[in-house]
Design a binder for this molecule. Sequence first.
Ligand code: SAM
Length: 324
Amino acid sequence: MPGSPADRLARLADGYLVTQLLHVAVALGVPDALAAGARNAPDLARELGAVPDVLHRVLRGLAAEEVLEELPDGRFALSPVGELLRAGVPGSLRGAVAARGGLYYRSAAELFAAVRDGGTPFELAEGRPFFDALAAEPARLAAFRASMADRSAREAGAVVAAYDVSGFASVVDVGGGSGALLRAVRERAPSADVLLFDRPEVVAGSDLPAVGGDFFAQVPAGSDAYLLSRVLHDWDDDAARRVLTVCRVAMRPDSVLLVVEAVLPERAVDDPAAVRMDLHVLVLLRGRERTAAEYAALCAAAGLRLTRDVPTEAGVHVLEVRPA
Ligand SMILES: C[S@@+](CC[C@H](N)C(=O)[O-])C[C@H]1O[C@@H](n2cnc3c(N)ncnc32)[C@H](O)[C@@H]1O
């Protein structure tokens, strides 16, 4: 019976198929091909270079999940959910879908081994750490960057709306990725000197002022403000403390560090997205999302103090941190 516990459980168990249905749609370019209007499977298969019968069954799978709409004449159209798979639309989740299906997927199958024996699922699946794998494979780095850029585009506006950055004269975005947050800060503080700091392969080709390096070794010193957005959650406590210590060394006594992260809720159902992100970083990096108290303790261990916890409309918090 639809809606029964058995039906719910069956759908949850089939999540592995749904992840791949979404990934296939994005990898083939189905959402963008449907942007101009409904199409049938043979027509789409011809344009996108797919096997018509298999594509038809994939499209039906997506229709069953209400990502596509199946019209009475057999054509398929984008539903409001499917619209978010298009490239470049506001709130697009295209990059997030591509990363889950093409980059994270195999690692999740190692969660059982990790829960039983320890280790990092991604490394068990792929034989090397996550960021090393990205550095060696440009296509996967591009998929990860697209996913980060989608999420960051959603969060950046909310962060600068919640926390006043207009007084900053200089800002370094540590592990800044695509620099979406740094761009949002620059819009609010147009005369600020901004600097993107990330791994060399990530900053290569950036249109922002950028420096490549390793945030476990050194970050540019003496800036008014430092951003650490969705960086600490990638690391266990020891590594996160080392990143914070490197930032502390670079900061002036009056510098401020803005840590942008989800804050774990008391009960999982109060913020399922934060709990799922905790599992993503577990699978990929053995990182962790944390409570505000855990961030305060981590900061204290690095000679810093958490001075404010500012929630944003996007779910992430801005944790204002200053030298202790
Ligand atoms: C989860 S992403 C967050 C990106 C961005 N701050 C955002 O909010 O979208 C983590 C970033 O840390 C960078 N990173 C990982 N290890 C690093 C290292 N050792 N030194 C500098 N950056 C590093 C990655 O390249 C990636 O861009």
